[in-house]
Design a protein around this ligand. Structure first.
Ligand SMILES: Cc1cc2nc3c(=O)[nH]c(=O)nc-3n(C[C@H](O)[C@H](O)[C@H](O)COP(=O)(O)OP(=O)(O)OC[C@H]3O[C@@H](n4cnc5c(N)ncnc54)[C@H](O)[C@@H]3O)c2cc1C
Length: 337
């Protein structure tokens, strides 16, 4: 177990905000986690479990305990002629899991290549990209209840997955710490390449293979998204809003070019990036905070931004979008502090 006091989180958040935490605790096994959870001081303190910090915005220093897992490992829990069930430690880097699966010829997560963060958080966030979501392959999630210390294995249904949401993200539910996830992958992969410009990019490859899909996704993402190691960011800052179809139809009369995607009966999803771009934010900087020039949905740290400055820019974007379109956009990024 590793315990640090007054520890910098700069390397633990992809905005690279220079915040500190009073305590930082890293455990490498379920036994170590159990010891932390049962500790009286831990129970009295404010605490937050983080993964790779790629979806977090630290507003202030954290006056409590930041927990981080070092539980790693990928093992085959079950194998049939058609599929494999993998058990993956929550601290495995998600993209390493994808690379491993692709190298073995197991399909189902190749479209989720290069999404930053760790496997545990991927299952909490229900990460998605290029028409795929992790919920489609999740079979179970092992987690510890932070209040009762009991271990529970959630089935896919019990995870209550929705668009970028799950049981674990609902603040009304008991807090859980995810230790392992189970994903089922196919030995006879079926490719899903109809989303965005993936098909176009794949045309550059001699044949469609798992590796080609992974490479194509990585290539598109590298062209479109800022690398957090070079320009601090947390990916899409806002969730794409879902609005009633009637409201969308009315808006479309005024803005005929407004894009949309079906989102269940009587509802449509509108790309938040388009709404923000229409409000004139794309490519603009506000002091040390920028709105990425290639994608208005991404806020970037231009150098020495602080969390509250990023939050202020986000708030002025939300207000502008609401004033113009009557649509409320909500942060995907979790504010801390
Ligand atoms: C450049 C870039 C591109 C991105 N692209 C995408 C994309 O295409 N699709 C997408 O869905 N997301 C995307 N994201 C967002 C982000 O990568 C995902 O949300 C990712 O799953 C976050 O993982 P993390 O390990 O960094 O989690 P963190 O940001 O550290 O934490 C996220 C949440 O999970 C909780 N948490 C983390 N680990 C645990 C655990 N073991 N137990 C309990 N709670 C835990 C945290 O408390 C927090 O609430 C992108 C981000 C960046 C920076």
């Amino acid at each position: 177990m590793r315990i640090e006091e007054n520890y910098s989180l700069e390397k633990h958040n992809t905005f690279h905000l220079p915040v500190k935490t009073r305590w930082f605790m890293e455990y490498a096994s379920e036994e170590e986690l159990g010891r932390i959870l049962r500790d009286e001081y831990f129970q009295e303190c404010l605490s937050l479990h983080i993964g790779g910090g790629s979806n977090l915005l630290f507003i202030n220093d954290f006056n409590g305990i930041i927990l981080h897992s070092q539980i790693k490992g990928i093992s085959v829990a079950e194998e049939t002629d058609d599929s494999v069930l993998l058990r993956i430690g929550a601290a495995e880097k998600w993209d390493d899991v994808v690379a491993y699966a692709v190298s073995k010829g197991w399909g189902g997560i190749e479209n989720l290549s290069l999404i930053p963060g760790e496997a545990g958080a991927a299952a909490i966030q229900n990460i998605g990209a290029y028409g795929a979501e992790i919920k489609d392959v999740i079979e179970a999630v092992e987690a510890y209840n932070q209040l009762s210390f009991e271990k529970r294995t959630f089935t896919n249904e019990e995870c209550l997955y929705g668009y970028r949401s799950s049981y674990f993200k609902n603040e009304h539910n008991d807090p859980y710490i995810v230790t392992y996830i189970y994903i089922r992958l196919s030995k006879r992969p079926q490719f899903s390449v109809g989303y965005g410009n993936l098909k176009e990019e794949l045309a550059k490859y001699p044949e469609v293979t798992l590796q080609a899909v992974r490479d194509a996704v990585i290539s598109i993402r590298r062209q479109k998204l800022p690398d957090p190691d070079e320009l601090g960011n947390a990916g899409s800052f806002f969730i794409n809003p879902v609005v009633p179809a009637a409201q969308y139809e009315k808006l479309k009369e005024q803005y005929p070019e407004m894009p949309s995607y079906p989102a269940g009966e009587g509802k449509v999803k509108v790309p938040a990036g388009w709404l923000i771009e229409q409000c004139g934010f794309k490519g603009k900087s506000h002091g040390p905070v920028g709105v990425y020039e290639k994608q208005a949905l991404i806020l970037v740290n231009l150098g020495d931004a602080r969390g509250h400055e990023i939050a202020l820019v986000a708030e002025s974007i939300r207000t502008a979008v609401n004033d113009r379109f009557g649509i409320e956009i909500m942060p995907e990024v979790k504010y801390v502090g």
